[in-house]
Design a protein around this ligand. Structure first.
Ligand code: GTP
Ligand code: MG
Length: 480
C-alpha cells in the first residue's frame, strides 16, 4: 500500500503517548526516560513532585525542573531533572517530556513502569524518529542519517551522517525534482495543447535538458562508493604473484604474526581478513592467495577467491618482489588484477624486499604498469624491516581523502537504498533519451520522466511504501 506523506501537513498527534528509556542500558551516571504524545504533560504532572513534595500545576516549556518521581502513593522513586517541551519545537513535533534519572537499569525501569501505569505505551524501536518523520520534522534520508550517527564509529562517518542530517542530500534531491517538474510541465503543455500558440520546448532543448539532468544524477550516484567507505570502512586487498611477501605485509601492517609466512610459493591458500584503524577510518585488510596457474584444485579455488576479493576491494595493493626480475608470473598476476579491479583506478603498486639487493628493472616495471593504466607511483617497501609500511598507510589515507574531497561539499549516497533509487532514476532518463532518439511521442518521454520523479520522491519519503518505512525504522534501537 502506498501512503502519501506531505511534509507541509499539520503535525499528526497519534492517540497514544509513547515512553521508553532513551539511553543505553547498563550502569551510567544518568539515564533518560522519554515520553512523546498528547498526554505527556499530564503524565509528568502526575508523577513529578517539586522540592516541597507538592505537585506542580504548570510547567514552563523547555525549562528544566528539579524534583522527584513518585509512585501512586507518593513515595519517591528517584531524584530527577524533568523537562517538558511543548509541540511543535520538539524532536517528534509532539509534546515531549524527558526525565533525567540516576543511571542504572532498576531505577530507570521503575520510572518507565510508572509512566506506563499513567497511560503511556512502550515505544517501538525508532518510533520517536518515525513520528518525527510522519510529522514532517525530518525526511527519510535524515532518519537514516540519525541511525548512522548513532552507529558510526569513524570520525568521517560522523561527518557524512551529520551533513545528511543537515539535509544536504535532501536539498540536492529537491533541486533535481524541480528540474524533473520543469521538463514535465513543458512536456505536458505540448501534449495537452498541441495546436495552441504557446511556447513549446523544442526537441533539441529538451534533449539538452535531459542529458544535463542525467549528468547530475550520475555525479550523485558516483558518491555511493565513498559514502560506504566512510560508513563501513575501506576494503584493501593485498595481491600479487606467489612469494612476493603479501602475507608478510599483512603482518607488518597489523604488527602481529597473523598470516602464515614461508619461503614456499603458494603458502596462502584462502583469503584472510583483519581490521586495522588508520586516522579514524576502519581498514579491512584482505591477504590473498598468490595468483598463478594453480597446482591443484584447492589452490585454484583460493585464486578464485583472490579475484573476488580484488573485485570487492576499494583499494588494491599490488606487490612485486624487488629482489627479482619482472617475470611471466608477475605479468599474468598484473593482468588478472587489473581486470578484476575493473578500471576503478585504485591500485597502489608496491615493490617489496627493499632490504635485499635489487634486481627489478624499474623502468621496465613502470612502463608495464602504466600500460595497464596504473598511474600511482610505486612505494618501496620491506615487509621484513618495516621500511615503507608507514608510507603505505599514508598512501591509503590520501587515496581515501582524494575520493572524499570531490564530495566534501556535495551530497553523498550512503545506503544501498539510495543507490538503487538513483540507478532507477538513471534508467528512467536513459529510457527517455531512447524514446527521443526513436522520435516516439512525447507521452512516452513524460512517462519515463514521471518514473524518475517518483523514485526521487521515494528517496525523501514524500511518497513511500509502508514496508520501506518499517524496514528503516526497525533498524533503530528502542528509545530513539
Ligand atoms: N628479505 C626479505 N624477505 C621477505 C620480505 N617480505 C617477505 N619476505 C620473505 O619472502 C617469503 C614469502 O613471503 P610471504 O609473505 O609468505 O609471501 P606471499 O606473497 O604471502 O606468498 P604466498 O602466500 O605464497 O602467495 C618468505 O620467506 C618471507 O620471509 C622482505 O621484505 N624482505
Ligand atoms: Mg601469503
Amino acid at each position: 500500500m502506498r501512503q502519501v506523506n506531505t511534509v507541509e501537513s499539520a503535525p499528526v498527534q497519534p492517540e497514544e503517548t509513547i515512553a521508553a528509556i532513551s539511553t543505553p542500558m547498563g550502569e551510567g551516571g544518568i539515564g533518560i526516560v522519554r515520553l512523546s504524545g498528547l498526554t505527556a504533560e499530564q503524565i509528568l504532572t502526575s508523577l513529578f513532585r517539586g522540592i516541597g513534595g507538592k505537585p506542580r500545576k504548570k510547567f514552563e516549556s523547555h525549562k528544566v525542573n528539579y524534583g522527584f518521581v513518585v509512585d501512586d502513593v507518593g513515595h519517591k522513586i528517584d531524584e530527577v531533572m524533568a523537562t517538558l517541551m511543548r509541540s511543535p519545537l520538539t524532536y517528534t513535533r509532539e509534546d515531549v517530556v524527558e526525565i533525567s534519572c540516576h543511571g542504572g537499569s532498576a531505577v530507570l525501569k521503575k520510572v518507565l513502569r510508572r509512566t506506563l501505569e499513567l497511560g503511556a505505551r512502550m515505544a517501538e524501536p525508532g518510533e520517536y524518529s518515525k513520528r518525527a518523520f510522519l510529522n514532517g520534522r525530518i525526511d527519510l534520508l535524515q532518519a537514516e542519517a540519525i541511525i548512522d550517527l548513532i552507529r558510526t564509529k569513524s570520525e568521517k562517518g560522523w561527518t557524512t551522517a551529520f551533513s545528511q542530517l543537515d539535509g544536504r542530500l535532501s536539498h540536492a534531491i529537491s533541486e533535481l525534482e524541480d528540474e524533473f517538474i520543469d521538463i514535465l510541465a513543458n512536456l505536458e503543455a505540448s501534449i495537452d495543447f498541441p495546436d495552441e500558440e504557446i511556447e513549446i520546448i523544442g526537441n533539441e532543448a529538451l534533449l539538452g535538458k535531459i542529458q544535463q539532468l542525467k549528468q547530475k544524477v550520475y555525479n550523485i550516484t558516483a558518491t555511493y562508493h565513498i559514502g560506504r567507505v566512510y560508513r563501513e570502512g575501506v576494503a584493501v586487498a593485498i595481491a600479487g604473484r606467489p612469494n612476493v611477501g603479501k602475507s608478510s605485509l599483512m603482518n607488518a601492517l597489523l604488527q602481529r604474526e597473523r598470516a602464515i609466512v614461508t619461503p614456499q610459493p603458494g603458502t596462502t591458500r584462502d583469503t584472510i581478513e583483519e581490521t586495522l584503524h588508520v586516522d579514524g577510518i576502519a581498514i579491512r585488510l584482505v591477504d590473498t592467495a598468490g595468483i598463478r596457474n594453480a597446482g591443484d584444485s584447492a589452490e585454484a579455488a583460493g585464486i578464485d577467491r583472490t579475484i573476488q576479493a580484488i573485485d570487492d576491494a576499494d583499494i588494491v595493493l599490488i606487490l612485486f618482489d624487488g629482489s627479482e626480475t619482472f617475470g611471466e608470473e608477475d605479468e599474468r598476476a598484473l593482468e588478472k588484477i587489473v581486470v578484476a579491479e575493473a578500471g576503478r583506478k585504485s591500485i597502489i603498486p608496491l615493490i617489496n624486499k627493499s632490504d635485499l639487493a635489487q634486481k627489478m628493472d624499474m623502468e621496465y616495471l613502470l612502463d608495464t604498469i602504466h600500460a595497464h593504466s596504473i598511474m600511482e607511483d610505486p612505494v618501496l617497501l620491506s615487509a621484513k624491516t618495516g621500511e615503507g609500511v608507514g608510507m603505505i598507510k599514508k598512501r591509503i589515507n590520501s587515496m581515501i581523502d582524494s575520493m572524499g574531497e570531490k564530495l566534501s561539499e556535495g551530497p553523498v549516497l550512503t545506503r544501498e537504498r539510495h543507490k538503487e533509487k538513483f540507478h532507477q532514476i538513471e534508467k528512467s532518463l536513459d529510457s527517455a533519451l531512447v524514446a527521443m532518439e526513436r522520435e516516439l511521442s512525447r507521452e512516452y518521454i513524460a512517462a519515463d520522466l514521471q518514473e524518475g520523479r517518483e523514485a526521487l520522491q521515494e528517496l525523501t519519503g514524500k511518497v513511500v511504501e509502508d514496508s520501506i518505512l518499517e524496514r528503516i525504522f526497525n533498524d533503530f534501537c528502542i528509545g530513539k
